[in-house]
Write a protein that binds this ligand. Structure first.
Ligand code: GDP
Ligand code: MG
Length: 712
């Protein structure tokens, strides 16, 4: 990179690579890597803080580049008057030189090491893409530069649109958000308004006031970050205003004025630069580079600093404007999406309408799948032609929306299928149990897998090829089925127990071989025989029960508990019957029957006919003796050897798990008492019997005299 002449001397322009400066941001909005080389070539890289960075802001084709070239002897591309051709887009940087510089003259000189940035946009204002770059480049200029030259035509002053005030508002807003919100890093910049094509009818002062009013309005209306709500524009910016004559109509004046103007780009001390309260640099001829505007970035750090600022700008979504292509894609994708949803609705709405019936809906799964497929296929085909990013986003939106609706149906279907599975299961088992000879265990296993298979088939059909999962629901159904099976088995066992209890009761009470029969022939072996009846019958039933409960698939524990219950219940039944048989009145009746048989009938069963002088007393005493001798054997429930029946042993200990109900132990004790209480409760019988005998005797004696009637 050859340098023609030295920086700051009459001609500092560079040849070759850097002839037109360097492109800082290229046409693809990328930050280039050329700035360090350019700064090296211009000898600014090692200048420390001794450099300035300025930019220009304004509408396209308002003569910005022309102005810069006149002021700074740069060669930014200028749109030619004849061809009006588009220049290369991007942000360009060039070092200012002053060919007329004469440091020896003692007159004010333009500052050295001024880096000027020029923004090239395109003319097509309506194209979103360009506005996006316009915003970002304007913010970049504002954020990095000490001085922002705001280029504006006189007739644009006061026109919000024409003067680019809308753009300024956005740029101010994001500038505050991104770079100025932290009070410690707040820095000032100078907004240097250059009013072009000034005819002279309106004095600068008026133009200045109009612009200042506009700026304050903009500032007032923009949204400010927390803490800066009450800030004013002059907290961040100084202003200066100048006018230039029409370049084409008054070329000489234009030239002369720009030559004067360029000399204002010199360093100034704050003392000299008189500022008014509203931030306006008051004197028309003071230098404009105040130390306060300098960002204090050493020149060799400038490329990095600028790159960072550009990165923050491009990453900030507030500045993004959708391109025209994206806008179109959004519009069309939305339209197509709506049409797709309508197709989807045709299939799905009837199912949604039937949701409140809470039943398994036939054909739901295939319908869900085809509705989704049809809608997505249509969208893919028709919207796929538009902007890829927008299309993808809208496709996702559509999928999410449709899936959300399908999920509602899926969940409802699972709930209904769940209900059906349980109902069918319970019903099948119930019916199966009623069928004689059904094997409960295999009935449960088979029914369980059948209803689960149905449930899974329905869930899979509605799962949209696995997009929706049903594992949790399946687990719940399985658990409920198992609980149901346990409950049904419990009920079945209870029914079985009740049946066994009933048949034991019949057996115990039987007139043929049960207690009713035994009590007919009261003898000392009565209770041993009853005990045998009890243990034999109960054991037989326990054997039958165990066999049946195994068929029910009962666990060993369940069986053990049931057997325990059965034995205890058997004893209660027996006790109940025994109590009936040994009730005072029935016992007396039985004993008196005995007595009658013995006393009133002879050994052949023929009623005795008492003749006077016959030994009534002796016969009576003998019969009484016989009956009384029976009483001890009735008084106590004893086995033949005089021992208590081993009831506790027979029933066994309460199995684990049953103790918890607390009643078991207490009931057990009760049963124990039952065994022995036969004796104490029966003592009364002897006394009562005594009275009965006396009555019987009295009756008989009187009957002899009065012709007895009652014994026929
Ligand atoms: P830029 O797009 O803002 O950089 O504008 P250019 O510097 O490329 O100039 C755009 C057009 O405006 C060119 O045809 C210039 O000749 C013309 N132009 C430059 N300066 C002036 C001026 O002071 N007054 C008028 N009316 N036209 C100018
Ligand atoms: Mg230009």
């Amino acid at each position: 990179m050859a340098i023609n002449g030295t920086n700051g001397v009459t001609n500092g322009a560079l040849n070759g690579e850097f002839q037109h400066g360097t492109q800082v941001i290229d046409g693809d909005k990328e930050f280039t890597q050329t700035m360090p080389d350019y700064l090296a070539a211009t000898h600014i890289l090692q200048a420390g803080f001794s450099y300035h960075l300025i930019s220009v802001f304004g509408s396209q084709s308002t003569g910005k580049s022309t102005l810069l070239n006149h002021l700074f002897n740069t060669s930014f591309p200028v749109m030619s008057e004849s061809s009006r051709q588009q220049t290369t887009k991007g942000i360009w940087m060039s070092m200012a030189t002053d060919p007329d510089a004469s440091p020896e003259s003692g007159k004010p000189q333009m500052a050295k090491n001024i880096l000027v940035m020029d923004v090239e946009g395109t003319d097509g204002r309506e194209r979103g893409e360009d506005q996006d770059f316009e915003r970002k480049s304007a913010l970049f200029a504002l954020a990095t530069s000490e001085v922002l030259i705001v280029n504006i035509w006189e007739h644009q002053v006061g026109l919000y649109q024409g003067a680019n005030m809308g753009l300024l508002k956005t740029v101010f807003e994001v500038n505050l958000q991104l770079f100025q919100k932290d009070k410690s890093t707040v820095h000032r910049s100078l907004l240097f308004f250059v009013i072009r094509d000034h005819i002279g009818h309106t004095p600068l002062e008026n133009l200045k006031n109009t612009l200042l009013a506009d700026l304050n309005n903009i500032w007032y209306s923009l949204s400010k970050p927390a803490g800066l709500e009450s800030s004013s524009i002059s907290d961040f910016f100084d202003f200066t205003f100048t006018t230039l004559p029409h370049k084409l109509l008054q070329p000489d004046q234009f030239k002369a004025e720009t030559q004067k103007l360029k000399l204002r780009f010199r360093e100034e001390t704050p003392l000299n630069a008189k500022q008014t309260a509203n931030g306006v640099l008051d004197t028309a001829n003071t230098g404009i580079f105040l130390p306060a505007y300098h960002r204090r970035i050493p020149a060799d750090g400038l490329p990095h600093y600028a790159a960072n600022i550009w990165r923050m700008i491009t990453e900030n979504k507030d500045l993004d404007l959708p391109t025209q292509q994206e806008l179109l894609a959004q519009y069309r994708c939305d339209e197509i999406s709506t049409a797709c949803v309508e197709l989807f609705d045709e299939i799905i709405t009837p199912f949604e309408a039937a949701l409140n019936q809470k039943v398994v809906q036939a054909d739901l799964g295939p319908s869900m799948k085809s509705a989704l497929d049809i809608a997505i296929a249509k969208f893919t085909e028709e919207a796929g032609r538009y902007h890829k990013g927008v299309y993808k986003r809208k496709l996702e939106d559509l999928e999410k929306k449709l899936q959300a609706r399908l999920r509602v149906l899926f969940v409802a279907q699972l709930t209904a299928a769940h209900k059906t599975a349980i109902a069918v299961f319970a019903d099948t088992i119930q019916k199966g149990i009623k069928r004689s000879g059904a094997d409960f265990a295999s009935l449960v296993t088979e029914t369980r897998s059948a209803v689960l298979a149905d449930f899974i088939a329905e869930a899979v059909a509605c799962s949209l090829d696995g997009a929706f999962v049903y594992t949790d629901e399946l687990k719940t159904v399985e658990k409920e089925l198992d609980d149901r099976a346990t409950r049904l088995r419990g009920e079945e066992m209870s029914r079985l127990l009740a049946r066994m209890e009933k048949s034991l009761k019949t057996k115990f009470a039987s007139e043929d071989d049960g207690m009713a029969y035994m009590f007919k022939t009261i003898s000392p072996t009565l209770y041993p025989r009853i005990w045998k009846l009890f243990t034999d019958s109960t054991s037989a039933q326990v054997a039958v029960f165990t066999q049946k409960s195994t068929a029910l698939n009962a666990t060993a524990d369940e069986n053990e508990q049931a057997v325990y219950k059965l034995k205890r219940q058997a004893w209660r039944v027996l006790r109940g019957l025994l109590d009936e048989e040994t009730k005072e009145q029935s016992l007396i009746t039985r004993l008196m029957g005995y007595f009658d048989k013995d006393f009133r009938y002879d050994e052949h069963g023929v009623p005795r006919v008492w003749k006077a002088g016959e030994d009534i007393e002796g016969t009576f005493a003998k019969s009484k003796e016989t009956v009384l001798s029976l009483i001890p054997s009735l008084a106590t429930f004893e086995l033949q050897d005089g021992s208590s029946p081993p009831l506790a042993e027979f029933i066994g200990e309460a199995p684990a798990g049953m103790e918890e109900d607390g009643g078991a132990a207490a009931e057990e004790e009760e049963d124990e008492e039952d065994v022995t209480s036969a004796s104490s409760s029966k003592t009364f019988t002897i006394l009562t019997l005594g009275r009965a005998f006396v009555d019987a005797k009295r009756g008989t004696i009187s009957s002899v005299a009065q012709i007895p009637v009652w014994f026929y």
